[in-house]
Ligand binder design. Structure first.
Ligand code: SAM
Ligand code: SF4
Ligand code: SF4
Length: 344
């Protein structure tokens, strides 16, 4: 007799959302000091980053990812800080890519170290690369990263990733009024010409160190209007639930552009992401004030079942919807985590 196997009920949070994405911050360190993320006034020479022995090993990260896939995670993104500062990152990529339930493995990087790493990352099984690129104007670019890394270094990284077989490459641009918003048409033209996909991101009030002001946010609607007036666009339907970008395609067929309207049009209802910090804390919202420690049980040697129960328990209790509350004017102002801790 064939026995019916009943699949376990899908894990859902208090608002009915599934867990399908995990963002893994592999380091809290970065070689850039973007003012919207790690401003140098806070992240100066005296800043204390996590001591190395407090940061999860590749084996520990792989274990958390493996257990999370049993709970529904299919998409994994490696981020940071700057993930390519972590030595031999391709070894972690290989381990995560080998997990049978991981369908999509991506990396977000500032691109400064990508030229040397692209081939090894591809060979190890990395599926997709997103490169943050805030401007094509060399002076604006350097002002935004605030460490004098020249634009050509990142452009060389993007070219190397393309040559290694990553295609299309996503380009993330955080748009700040008065700083780099004049450059979005140049970025759009560059992306169209090179076959990359531009994602314009509204500047978010993550953390407390960036001195965020609403008047610096360029609403996604305005960004789209600006591009549409130069290169006519039409909307694309969403590909999957949980897709945070609103996508448009150029009417002449030369590619697509997306906007992430986390401030002007929040998408908490479709938020299926959990975030693992470099020190092994699990966060269920970009704006969370505290995470749940997974490093302690990992290092105590608990079994997969117990680890899964801890992660599932956190997800079941989740009721985060900070961006919706902020837009409604009813958000609390907790001690929020910094972007470089949870990796964007
Ligand atoms: N260092 C890598 C990078 O810059 O691509 C990965 C980590 S970074 C925290 C991930 C993404 O978050 C980047 O694309 C960055 O532009 C974005 N980001 C950081 N701070 C932000 C903010 N205040 N608002 C919107 N996006 C932000
Ligand atoms: Fe570093 Fe990325 Fe944050 Fe810029 S956005 S400071 S590159 S972690
Ligand atoms: Fe998800 Fe929190 Fe962002 Fe809402 S505010 S989309 S719950 S991370």
């Amino acid at each position: 007799m064939v026995k019916d196997t009943v699949p376990p009920p899908a894990l859902r949070d208090r608002l009915g959302r599934r867990l399908s994405d995990l963002r893994v911050s592999v380091t809290d360190r970065c070689n850039f000091r973007c003012g919207y993320c790690m401003p140098r006034e806070t992240y100066g020479p005296g800043f204390r980053f996590a001591p190395r022995d407090q940061v999860l090993t590749f084996e520990e990260i792989t274990r958390v990812v493996a257990v999370s896939t049993e709970l529904g995670v299919r998409k994994v993104r490696l981020t940071g800080g700057e993930p390519l500062l972590r030595r031999d990152l391709e070894r972690l990529v290989g381990q995560v890519a080998a997990l049978p339930l991981v369908e999509d493995l991506a990396l977000t990087t500032n691109g400064s170290l990508l030229a040397a790493k692209a081939v090894a990352l591809r060979a190890a099984g990395l599926g997709r690369v997103t490169v943050s690129l805030d401007s094509l104007d060399p002076l604006v670019f350097q002002r935004m990263n605030d460490v004098d890394v020249p634009l050509e270094t990142v452009l060389a990284g993007i070219a190397a990733a393309r040559a290694a077989g990553f295609h299309p490459i996503k380009l993330n641009t955080v748009v700040r009024r008065g700083l780099n918003d004049e450059g979005i048409l140049d970025l759009a033209a560059f992306a169209r010409r090179e076959g990359h996909v531009l994602r314009l991101i509204e500047y978010m009030d993550v953390g407390h160190t960036n001195g965020w002001r609403l008047d610096e946010v360029v609403p996604a609607e305005e960004m789209i209007e600006r591009i549409d007036s130069a290169h006519p666009l039409e909307p694309l339907p969403p590909r999957a639930t949980g897709e945070v970008a609103r996508r448009f395609r150029y009417r002449d067929g030369s590619g697509e552009v997306g906007v992430i309207a986390s401030v002007s049009r929040p998408f908490c209802g479709a938020c299926t992401r959990a975030r693992l910090s470099a020190e092994g804390r699990l966060y269920t919202c970009l704006f969370a004030s505290r995470g749940t420690d997974l490093r302690e049980p990992l290092r105590r040697g608990v079994g997969d079942e117990e680890l899964a129960q801890r992660i599932a328990g956190v997800w079941r209790e989740r009721e985060d919807r900070y961006s919706e509350l902020r837009t409604a004017g009813t958000a609390p102002d907790p001690a929020r985590v910094e972007m470089s801790t949870v990796g964007g």
